[in-house]
Design a protein around this ligand. Structure first.
Ligand code: TRP
Ligand code: CA
Ligand code: ZN
Length: 324
């Protein structure tokens, strides 16, 4: 199924309609778009909100505290993982989401996926955004993947704050046991009732989106989702690169295998930033995008706040643009 971005379409239609009203009725050519401010009565597309990076950082501080209180990590099977789930669930319940915790077993331990549905919208066209919430056992997992978890959480809370009423149904997900083989997301996809994967019109994945030596990678999978993220970055005048090392390395993989259109963002893991990449993105050439990848130093300071802000706003841009 192809996704559309009605915000853009509506704007294009508005320009075309305005043009017809002001040019000869027999003219068939669309007039060149003008840079003028939109007319007061122009149809308004639901504009994606700015996501507060301060709020996203507060969620990261909470996840760091959870790790601190539970032996330094939030890994599958640990008390820190379950505490992370409970913390997010409470916030989502209070905001008006319908939440559920899906249990599974992996490596002899119980794992949990947290699913939050925003009531309303066409459930046969569900847009999902997700992130893995587990860390490795070596550290608190703040960039990997507190960053994606916090950005998706703040986007969901903003949906509630704005009482957003999208045409499509919205579902947010935080996966367990990604770090031991995409277990939670695979379990979710395998457990979908027959045919239900076709009701998911897109799955957006956010895993490592604030690497301290950040790159700006956009998954090159579904063309419509990819274009949505590229349009967002084009608006900021920031070059992106297709993520070609990600295939199969995060929770979008099981969705993609089930035929769901997927996309996402990534700021880089253990790979070294090239001179050309440092030229366009800043940061340090010859060093990894995240030198604390899967280690104990992936803590509260292991983030690039600018990348976190941009990518959090990009999450909302895509959620709004693909669901309206
Ligand atoms: N999923 C990996 C992890 O959690 C990180 C990773 C490496 C990744 N390459 C990627 C995520 C590309 C998304 C895209 O350890
Ligand atoms: Ca922001
Ligand atoms: Zn990860």
């Amino acid at each position: 199924m192809k996704l559309s971005v009605p915000g853009r379409t509506a704007a294009a239609v508005a320009v075309a309609v305005a043009g017809l009203l002001t040019t000869s009725a027999i003219s068939t050519a669309a007039p060149a778009p003008k840079a003028d401010a939109p007319k007061a009565d122009a149809p308004k597309a639901a504009a994606a909100p700015d996501i507060s990076v301060a709020n996203v950082k507060a969620h990261l501080a909470d996840l760091q505290s959870v790790a601190d209180a539970n032996g330094g990590n939030r890994a599958h099977g640990s008390a820190g993982y379950k505490a992370s789930v409970d913390h997010l669930k409470k916030k989502l319940d209070e905001a008006g989401f319908t939440t559920s915790v899906q249990e599974f077993t992996a490596g002899g331990d119980t794992g949990y996926n947290l699913i939050a549905d925003w009531p309303g919208g066409d459930e046969s066209k569900t847009v999902m955004a997700g992130a893995h919430l587990d860390s490795v056992s070596d550290g608190p997992g703040i960039n990997d993947n507190g960053s994606g978890s916090a950005a998706v959480l703040e986007t969901a809370l903003t949906v509630a704050r704005e009482q957003y009423k999208p045409t499509k149904h919205l579902r947010f997900a935080w996966w367990g046991a990604e770090e031991i083989g995409l277990v939670g997301s695979s379990h979710y996809v395998d457990s979908l009732p027959g045919g239900d994967s076709s009701k998911i019109s897109g799955y957006l994945n956010f895993d490592m989106i604030s690497s301290p030596n950040a790159g700006y990678f956009v998954y090159d999978d579904d063309p419509t989702i990819e274009k949505t993220f590229k349009d967002y970055y084009a608006g900021l005048n920031i070059a992106t690169e297709p993520d070609d090392e990600g295939d199969g390395r995060s929770d979008h993989a099981p969705f993609q295998q089930a035929g769901v259109p997927v996309g996402g963002l990534f700021t880089g893991a253990e790979t070294t930033k090239s001179a050309a990449q440092a030229q366009k993105w800043g940061g340090t050439a010859g060093e990894p995008f995240d030198k604390c990848y899967h280690s104990s130093c992936d803590g509260a300071s292991n983030i690039d706040e600018t990348a976190l802000d941009r990518n959090s706003d990009a999450v909302a841009y895509a959620v709004w643009g693909l669901s309206s």
